[in-house]
Write a protein that binds this ligand. Sequence first.
Ligand SMILES: NC(=O)c1ccc[n+]([C@@H]2O[C@H](COP(=O)([O-])OP(=O)(O)OC[C@H]3O[C@@H](n4cnc5c(N)ncnc54)[C@H](O)[C@@H]3O)[C@@H](O)[C@H]2O)c1
Length: 248
Amino acid sequence: MKGEVIIVTGAASGVGFETARLLAEEGVKVVGADIDEAGLEKLETALRERDLEILTKVTDVSKPEEVASLVDFAADSHDRLDGIFNNAGIRDGTHFDDVDPESYHEHLATNQHSVYYGMHYAAKKMQALNTKNGRIVNTASIRSYFGAKKSFRYSAAKAAIVSMTMSGADALAKDGIRVNAVAPAFIDTGLLESVPRERIERLEKKHLKGRLLRADEVAKVVRFLFSPDSAAVNGATLLVDDGFLAVH
Ligand SMILES: NC(=O)c1ccc[n+]([C@@H]2O[C@H](COP(=O)([O-])OP(=O)(O)OC[C@H]3O[C@@H](n4cnc5c(N)ncnc54)[C@H](O)[C@@H]3O)[C@@H](O)[C@H]2O)c1
């Protein structure tokens, strides 16, 4: 992967931050994107202190024009593009009764439409640049596979990502682009910050290790999906859930 150019969204925190770090350690020229400018600065500092290559761009992934400009920025900066990790996301927690069409649309713009925008603009760019072995990795969730009253929008978005990953793989195989996803269980990141401690303790017990996942454990699977070792994996959503779905 040395010398490749890969965009990571949601790079200011959690899984995105750890993936940016791991890919940069492989010699990838990472382009990190997020709405959190301060978090992107922390990422730049952490990587540059270790002489690792990183560029960042403040981007709201719910806006197609911003994702288009992110993809242009990455490709123009390095004269190539090898992949994108569509990972930025927000949590839900709003009961179905309190969701309305406007807030439904807003949530899906960030958690689902953003993934389409990343797939669309990165695929067009890789087609135009005649990229060999392009890769797209998306972040789904175990919530792609079950519902909950306070996760109506989130589960809808994450279920769609599993489907978009399959259809995307079929559509882009002609261009040599692989499309895969990860479906993590609960990860100890900023996303769960507002979840009450007693609920976290209940969730911890649903993982076979009795604890939440760490962001770097998920990032290692993402790194695998970008690496040549996963050449035979395409259209797949890999569960990264420490047995959560196996036993619940
Ligand atoms: N934490 C979990 O338990 C969990 C479980 C399964 C899946 N996921 C998914 O993993 C992905 C990463 O989440 P995380 O756990 O690392 O959380 P996190 O909050 O640490 O990171 C998410 C990042 O996305 C960024 N972001 C949010 N909205 C954005 C927007 N509109 N444009 C650009 N950036 C935006 C945030 O600023 C943040 O830096 C998300 O897609 C999330 O849904 C998380």
